[in-house]
Design a protein around this ligand. Structure first.
Ligand code: PHE
Length: 362
């Protein structure tokens, strides 16, 4: 009846079928001729809007078949049923042909000759990549694993005891003010840092302990380009006989150079944390300008990474480690900051906004 594939030729404008004679037999012939003509046009149409034009022209309110039906009263009474039947038959055939043709056009894979064009380029599905925070977590974990650390996890909803108390931050300690804590109950918080996992690990095992804890943390901070209500840290803890501050600096330097290249330097500045003594803030020389000063390091040549220090003997007291026998170092690092420096991302909020550009494969 008609070719299943879409033909190349565009639809020629077809005029309405002339209907002068209103006798029964001629109306039957008209219905037949209309059907033939409509099916031909459908066979030539190659786009759904042409098909819609055809439907309206033949079967719409003023379509040719509709007009025959409307004038069927002018035919002799004995002819009327046959005419009605014939018109309905034509309508059904045209309707089915339109549907089949529309389906064929929509598959969109037929070429002008009505066959599959195997030379058409395929459509490539968009490829994603890992989130920058996943990438940085994996890379940081790999470096520390090579240094003999294991990777452990801890709860994000944390007891006040682990988040503060056992880290030598009692209830009335002023250090609590700096933590902008989200309290979920009088003694349950969203952890403000990954340090509580230090205590959980030391409760569970005796030295030597060498762990890192990458994870999510929460603080009720005023948001800006580098602060969000949730962020990520990676805690590090190394406890054994004879662990020193020099080891902390050496390990930090090794880590910084593996992550950012051999020229990066590490510096320690004095700081205070209730759970380390002495405490430091540690910085990496700017990975963007090499230390000369630029916008990223605010012309200081240095990037602040986080805090560190020697584990305070008071913390050992909470986990029954003998402070006469053991020493340890601990550090925290901001994973979001590391990812921002590594991948040149300007705002921490990019990590939370599901912006697909972040996940497109480079
Ligand atoms: N937990 C501290 C913070 O979030 C960082 C830190 C970790 C400091 C370990 C010392 C030792 O600021």
């Amino acid at each position: 009846m008609f070719a299943a594939g879409c033909g190349a030729s565009r639809l020629a404008a077809a005029s309405s079928f002339p209907m002068k004679d209103r006798t029964g037999p001629s109306m039957l012939q008209e219905a037949e001729a209309i059907e033939t003509r409509a099916l031909e046009e459908i066979g030539r149409a190659d786009d759904p809007s042409d098909l819609e034009d055809i439907r309206i022209r033949y079967m719409g309110k003023n379509g040719d078949l509709t007009r025959i039906l409307r004038s069927v009263g002018k035919a002799a009474p004995e002819d009327r049923p046959r005419i009605g039947q014939r018109v309905n038959q034509a309508k059904q055939a045209i309707g089915e042909a339109l549907e089949a043709r529309r389906a064929a056009c929509e598959t969109g894979r037929e070429s002008a000759s009505g066959t599959l064009d195997v030379t058409l380029p395929g459509r490539r599905p968009p490829l994603g990549s890992k989130h920058p925070l996943t990438l940085i977590r994996e890379e940081v974990s790999e470096i520390f694993r090579d240094m003999g650390f294991s990777v452990v996890d801890g709860p994000e909803v944390e007891w006040d005891y682990y988040n503060f108390e056992a880290l030598n931050i009692p209830r009335d300690h002023p250090a609590r003010d700096t933590q902008d804590t989200f309290y979920l109950g009088s003694d349950i918080v969203l952890r403000t840092h990954t340090s509580p996992v230090q205590v959980r690990v030391m409760e569970q095992q005796q030295p030597p302990v060498r762990v890192i804890v990458p994870g999510r943390t929460y603080r009720n901070e005023n948001p800006d380009a580098t602060h969000a209500f949730t962020f990520h840290q990676c805690e590090g803890l190394y406890v054994d006989k004879g662990v020193t501050m020099a080891q902390l600096k050496g390990d930090m330097t090794y880590f910084a150079q593996r992550l950012f290249g051999g020229k990066v330097k590490v510096r320690f500045l004095p700081d205070f944390f209730p759970f380390t003594e002495p405490s430091v803030q540690y910085d990496f020389s700017c990975v963007a300008c090499g230390g000369g000063g630029c916008r990223i390091c605010k012309n200081t040549g240095w990037l602040e990474i986080s805090g560190a220090g020697m584990v305070d003997p008071a913390v050992f007291g909470f986990v029954d480690y003998d402070p006469e026998l053991y020493t340890g170092y601990a550090f925290g690092m901001g994973l979001d900051r590391l990812a921002m420096f590594k991948y040149g991302i300007e705002s921490i909020h990019m990590f939370l906004e599901n912006d697909l550009r972040l996940l497109e494969r480079p």
